[in-house]
Design a protein around this ligand. Structure first.
Ligand code: TXD
Length: 309
């Protein structure tokens, strides 16, 4: 039985963590790709040296040649520039758009049956570009953002209540940016609704911190953006796909009428399994929640309007 083949496009901060964790968890045979000569090869060799210690039999290699990614089952794409202090995710659009077109063309050429998880920012525009250039069905092109934003919500609630983050469930819908939609009504601690445990003013402050959490890390790091938590989030998606776990997770999915919108990517609850995005779950949103989601949808549509493929 051949191992599944996972190709990671981008061997930077997030790509390096993805490569290490995918190999350590034996998710499949890993190919790490980057345009910088030596970078993927060096990181792959370093990770390989550690495999005997962490007890993994995975195979990992680094390359600057897309042909080495041929016939991959899954791609995770982190290629692109990351934010610096003072930049918004949308500021990355023009540069990362040209990169995403190049990556998508190569994925289409070398692995026409692959599932693709896109991580690069601005996420909702980059994953849309991936789908448009590859021509893959919506089930096979998905974006990572909602898991990270929801995890940040979960962590801040756990920290405020002094409980384990493992017992907090939270859901953030919408675009991956200032218009994201943290759904306080859907947040609970072991089934206990958040609003039974915390006053609205405290929840408001947490919601605001979730929306600014990416920028908070960028401001502290100064040289780049968060990379461990995004990698962990993308790995949760990869594991659900590769092991057919049918996890229900907030991901950027292509809408065809769901939530009253079509032709764009939006963060919504999806079922992830061997078929990729197997279902999109539609929630009953109240008027305020729907209005926030509609605002997020409009922002993403405006961003997509700036794209020339
Ligand atoms: O939640 C989310 N989706 C976001 C995504 C969370 C955090 C970071 N987010 C975005 O991911 C971030 O704004 C960037 O757009 C990507 C990757 O972030 P990372 O921190 O990994 O950036 P790095 O360290 O700069 O790595 C990017 C790599 C780097 O090694 C480049 O050489 C490479 O991308 N690169 C390319 N690889 C392949 N093909 C091309 N054309 C290319 N151009 C650059």
């Amino acid at each position: 039985m051949a191992n599944v083949k996972i190709s990671l496009i981008g061997a930077g901060n997030i790509g390096g963590v993805l490569a290490h964790q995918a190999a350590a968890r034996e998710l499949g045979d890993v190919v790490l790709f980057d345009v910088v000569a030596g970078l993927p090869q060096g990181k792959a060799l370093d990770i390989s040296h550690g495999l005997p210690v962490c007890g993994s039999s995975a195979r990992i290699s680094g390359t600057n040649d897309y042909a080495d990614t041929a016939n991959s089952d899954l791609y995770i794409v982190t290629a692109g520039l990351a934010r610096k202090p003072g930049m918004s995710r949308d500021d990355l659009l023009s540069k990362n758009l040209s990169i995403m077109k190049d990556v998508a063309g190569n994925i289409k050429q070398h692995s026409p049956n692959a599932i693709v998880i896109v991580v690069s920012n601005p996420l909702d525009a980059m994953v849309w570009t991936m789908k448009e250039i590859t021509g893959f069905p919506r089930e096979r092109v998905v974006g990572m953002a909602g898991i990270l934003d929801s995890a940040r919500f979960q962590y801040f609630v756990a920290d405020a209540l002094g409980v384990s983050p493992c017992d907090v469930i939270a859901l953030v819908l919408g675009g991956h940016g200032d218009t994201m939609v943290p759904l306080r009504r859907y947040c609970s601690v072991s089934g206990v609704p958040l609003q039974k445990l915390m006053d609205d003013a405290t929840i408001d402050a947490i919601v605001k911190r979730v929306q600014g959490a990416g920028g908070e890390v960028v401001g502290l790091l100064k040289t780049g953006s968060a990379f461990v938590s995004p990698a962990e989030s993308a790995l949760q998606m990869a594991e659900s796909i590769l092991r057919d776990q049918k996890r229900v997770l907030p991901c950027a999915a292509y809408l065809e009428g769901e939530y009253g919108s079509s032709g764009i990517y939006m963060g919504v609850p999806v079922q992830l399994g061997a078929g990729g995005v197997e279902k999109i779950l539609e929630l009953d949103l109240d008027a305020a929640e729907q209005a926030m989601l509609d605002k997020s949808i409009e922002h993403v549509k405006t961003l997509l309007g700036e794209i020339e493929l």
